[in-house]
Design a protein around this ligand. Structure first.
Ligand code: SAM
Length: 239
């Protein structure tokens, strides 16, 4: 199991990812804006448009963190559960919801690998910028499949590998030189941001990840690249 540039035992990775998000929780939203120049908002808007939440549906936003995806789904009238392994991220999310006057969301601590929800419970499962932090990704995908109803949909937003010539090099330089410095300057923490950059580099490419979704039992899998695949939306259906 890789934790950034090192190989570590699975339990060790989970614990260290916990430390990363505990450390960044308070500055998480600011850092997303700073590092993506606000683009993460656009990607999340597109993502939720693809998911098409509807009133009466039960949706699980896994690795939901501080609520960015859930907040965007609230106007649909769907019942949304925000689940995350990290109580510090959920805490920030609940405070943000209270400030914005958003209620009705269910916030719960959960590990994507071992969900406490019954079989065939949700209409949709979303995970944004979360899956690459999970230690056992195939296990998390199988759990997503288990917790979805028949006819349910899986949607994942994640960094991937851009196929645009030249852009990959620029992005690589940016992420290795600029991101840890931004992390240090704005959040006083360059190591966490080094981990985040490395975890992106190590994540399977678009085709391979689509295949993994299929291996978990999903059908009609699809990938929609954005910025040549710098970020991608993967989806699949349970039948
Ligand atoms: N979805 C939010 C967003 O798009 O802003 C948060 C994304 S944040 C980069 C990644 C989140 O994944 C963190 O909140 C972290 O705690 C969570 N996470 C990491 N490993 C997890 C696991 N095994 N199960 C559930 N959540 C996990």
């Amino acid at each position: 199991v890789s934790f950034g540039y090192e190989d570590v035992a699975p339990a060790e990775k989970t614990a260290r990812v916990g430390e990363v998000f505990k450390s960044v929780a308070g500055r998480y939203d600011l850092m997303n804006d700073a590092m993506s120049a606000g683009l993460h908002r656009v990607w999340k808007d597109v993502f939720v448009r693809r998911v098409k939440p509807r009133a009466g549906e039960h949706i699980l936003d896994m690795a939901g963190g501080t609520g960015d995806i859930a907040f965007r789904m609230v106007p649909s009238g769907a019942s949304i559960t925000v689940a995350d392994i990290n109580p510090a991220m959920l805490e920030v999310g609940m405070e943000r919801a209270a400030k914005r006057g958003i209620d009705g969301l269910v916030w719960t601590e959960a590990n994507a690998e071992t969900l406490q929800f019954p079989d065939r419970f949700f209409d949709a499962y979303t995970i944004a910028f979360g899956i690459r932090n999970v230690t056992d990704i195939p296990k998390a995908l199988r759990e997503a499949h288990r917790a979805l109803k028949r006819g349910g949909r899986f949607y994942c937003l994640e960094f991937s590998t851009t196929l645009w010539p030249g852009f990959a090099e620029v992005y690589d330089a940016y992420s290795h030189k600029v991101v840890p410095k931004l992390g240090k300057a704005l959040a006083g923490d360059s190591d966490s941001y080094k981990y985040l950059v490395e975890s992106i580099r190590r994540f399977p490419d678009m085709a391979r990840f689509e295949q993994m979704i299929g291996e978990a039992g999903f059908v009609r899998t699809k990938v929609e690249p954005m910025l040549g695949g710098l970020v991608a939306i993967h989806s699949g259906w349970k039948i």
